[in-house]
Design a protein. Structure first.
Length: 450
């Protein structure tokens, strides 16, 4: 054997460490259109040819919630409003990134959430609860043969339009007219998980020219997502309070009310910013960046000199003062009457507290806070109704499945689970424990299994 071959056998090449899941690279790293964490989870599930629910159930949820958690309940929360937290700057997002790092072996996943701005931007109104998208972007990516994904920009609450095509971000499917959460059981980027409709635009949409401020804010947020992860990681404390104080002294002669009026906010917010007691929301940070022509990251990283500030006139900013609608008046007597009638009514089905809140046009917490005893009674009656309905459903499944198995056996065929599923009515789900156990018990009674 030649000496070179002997040397290669004695010193085999070092292989990189193996990862539990595919080493899938996020799309758009280092740009303002970086992929979001929920989109990355969906593409990771597709790469393993499993559903998002299966990936969450088998790999993510046990590590995220612990072995003692009831996974079915926690997964239902994760695929609902809690799924938006995966894109935020909270503990859920940071733990998810840590789990994905250990499973995929990638070290650059910190850019796919808003965790890089924790301690610099307020968590309130940071990410959307509902999925948003730009149909023109999806269409262009499909025509160019690029990967379909959901950028983190679309998940930010402050971004209302697409900075590339200048059209409003859509939140409802054009086919079924319904919205959905960023993380669902069978998510597929670019498609509605409810009806399966392609969400990309079929024709070129005209640019929306009536909201130039929204376009500018979307561009500022896009730049913030591009530069923020690299610049904020080396900054310990935010320079925003010092920059607000400098703006206040040099441009407004220390007049807090004048600055608050110029920004269209309450003066207490300016005082809280200046003292460092309150963090700015992403929308207001982009607003300040737009009005004074300073990059959003620069306002957070280091003190800005006065000569770099440009005070725009109110007409040139194009920003409209945001209107906050007062909450509707609450009719306490009507609420009490509806709750008492629901308790006294013995007919079925018994309404839940959530159904009564929707009927009254108020929040669920309002009923619980205003009428705690009546709300507790309504909850108890609805829980009793749910228990009765569950028992009736169990008995119905038992009788239907048992009769079906016996009839198939009498016809000379083996009553397999597939044959039983094709024979029973559509409302019977053979995956439910009651139907499955009845099928097994009936097979044992017929002597078909041990």
């Amino acid at each position: 054997m030649p000496h070179s071959q002997i040397k290669s056998v004695m010193n085999p090449p070092k292989l990189p460490p193996r990862s539990h899941l595919y080493n899938l690279k996020p799309i758009g790293l280092g740009t303002g259109e970086v992929e979001s964490a929920t989109s990355y989870l969906s593409r990771l599930a597709i790469a393993h040819t499993v559903s998002t629910w299966a990936l969450l159930k088998c790999e993510i949820a046990p590590r995220l919630f612990g072995p003692d958690a009831i996974l079915r309940n926690r997964l239902s929360e994760l695929t609902a409003t809690m799924g938006a937290a995966c894109n935020g700057e909270n503990t859920t997002g940071s733990r998810l990134i840590s789990i994905l790092h250990s499973l995929t072996g990638r070290t650059d996943l910190g850019q796919i959430t808003m965790g890089f701005c924790r301690g610099f931007v307020a968590s309130r109104f940071l990410v959307r609860v509902e999925q948003a998208w730009c149909g023109a972007c999806l269409r262009d990516w499909k025509e160019e043969g690029r990967g379909i994904y959901s950028p983190l920009l679309w998940h930010t609450f402050a971004a209302r339009v697409c900075p590339r095509h200048h059209i409003p971000l859509a939140t409802k499917c054009p086919a079924c007219g319904r919205s959905f959460h960023p993380l669902v059981a069978h998510s597929r980027p670019g498609f509605c998980h409810r009806c399966g409709q392609w969400l990309g635009a079929t024709i070129a949409e005209p640019a929306c020219c009536e909201s130039s401020a929204d376009r500018e804010i979307a561009r500022i947020i896009c730049d913030f997502l591009c530069d923020g992860p690299g610049m904020l990681q080396n900054v310990e404390t935010s320079a925003f309070p010092k920059n607000i104080e400098m703006i206040l002294n040099h441009l407004f002669k220390n007049n807090i009310q004048a600055l608050a009026r110029y920004l269209g906010i309450n003066r207490s917010s300016v005082i809280a910013w200046k003292s460092g007691l309150q963090l700015p929301s992403l929308l207001l940070l982009a607003d300040v960046s737009h009005r004074f022509k300073v990059p959003a990251v620069a306002l957070l990283c280091s003190p800005v000199s006065a000569d770099k500030l440009t005070l725009q006139s109110q007409s040139s900013t194009g920003l409209k003062r945001r209107e906050f609608l007062s909450p509707p008046k609450i009719d306490l007597e009507l609420m009490r009457q509806v709750l008492e009638e629901a308790i006294a009514n013995e007919s079925l089905p018994r309404p839940s507290l959530n159904q009564l809140a929707k009927r009254l046009g108020c929040r669920l917490t309002t009923l619980g806070r205003r009428f705690p005893e009546l709300a507790k009674a309504v909850k108890g009656r609805h829980q009793e109704f749910c228990a009765i309905r569950k028992e009736v459903r169990k008995k119905l499944f038992h009788s239907v499945v048992r009769a079906t198995v016996i009839n198939i056996h009498k016809s000379g065929e083996y009553p397999s689970q597939c044959r039983v599923r094709q024979t029973v009515p559509s409302f019977v789900d053979m995956r439910e424990p009651a139907a499955y156990e009845t099928w097994k018990q009936t097979l044992a009674e017929l002597g078909l299994i041990a």
